[in-house]
Design a protein around this ligand. Structure first.
Ligand code: PGA
Length: 249
């Protein structure tokens, strides 16, 4: 999953769609590739990927917790779906930091995305000082408790994705050690089991934070992760294609 953040004009977005190679039938059958362009390029990108017929999908980087109504500047989940988005990020660390998208509002946003028939991608992860204080598991538990609605049905939990993104790894070139990532996956599964029971085992877990084409394969070989959330490396179609090619099939 490639989060473009606040990058790319409409022309640059279209050029990405041109430059990204068509997925092979085998890749298409096994991998979900999702692009998260800025809001203003959502419709354009949705129509570009619809024309490709290789399963590429589009998601939104943010979503309102509210439905339609007097909420100036907000973009509701239903509007995103209407524009062609099938996924929406919730609680990305940059939005937790800059937009106050933290705490119970993340749960309301996940609920709004599910109600619109889309897949929420709930992002969570600790700050460096929290890891140094060995408090990371406590942080994950709090963020997952806030973000996962308690009234999740079985069908809805199948559409839910979570993304572990240590804040200190985002955009820094730092990636947790293999052992740290394996331990994180185990700890996160324990929290999911407590919150969601048996259904927790089926929720796909992504890793995000300084994923590049030269480390993607190694990260995906760590047990417990089903995918990647990519920032900077997802801006270049060739880099993203190399990361897709690194997925073991
Ligand atoms: P990065 O960003 O890959 O540039 O570190 C990851 C993210 O913010 O999801």
């Amino acid at each position: 999953m490639a989060n473009w953040k606040s990058h790319k004009s409409l022309a640059e977005s279209a050029a990405f769609a041109e430059g990204f190679p068509t997925l092979t039938p085998r890749q298409r059958a096994r991998i979900d590739v999702v692009l998260f362009p800025p809001f203003l390029a959502l419709s354009l990108m949705a129509s570009r990927v619809a024309g490709r017929d290789d399963g590429l999908a589009i998601g939104a980087q943010a979503v309102s917790a509210t439905g339609p109504g007097a909420f100036t500047g907000e973009v509701s989940a239903a509007m995103l779906r209407d524009a062609g988005a099938r996924y929406a990020l919730v609680g990305h660390s940059e939005r937790r930091r800059d937009q106050g998208e933290d705490g119970p509002v993340t749960g309301r946003k996940v609920r709004a995305v599910l109600d619109a028939g889309m897949c929420p991608v709930l992002c969570f992860g600790e700050q460096l000082d929290e890891r140094r204080a060995h408090r990371e598991e406590h942080v994950w538990a709090r963020q997952l408790e806030d973000g996962l609605p308690r009234d999740l049905s079985g069908v809805e939990s199948e559409g839910l994705i979570i993304a572990y993104e240590p804040v200190w790894a985002i955009g820094t070139g730092l990636v947790p050690e293999r052992e740290q990532l394996a331990a994180a996956a185990a700890g996160i599964r324990r929290i999911l089991a407590r919150l969601l029971g048996e259904r927790g085992a089926a929720v796909p877990l992504l890793y995000g934070g300084s994923v590049k084409r030269d480390n993607a394969g190694a990260i995906l070989s760590i047990p417990g992760y089903q995918g990647l959330l990519i920032g900077g490396a997802g801006l270049d179609p060739r880099h993203l294609a190399d990361i897709v090619a690194a997925v073991p099939l």
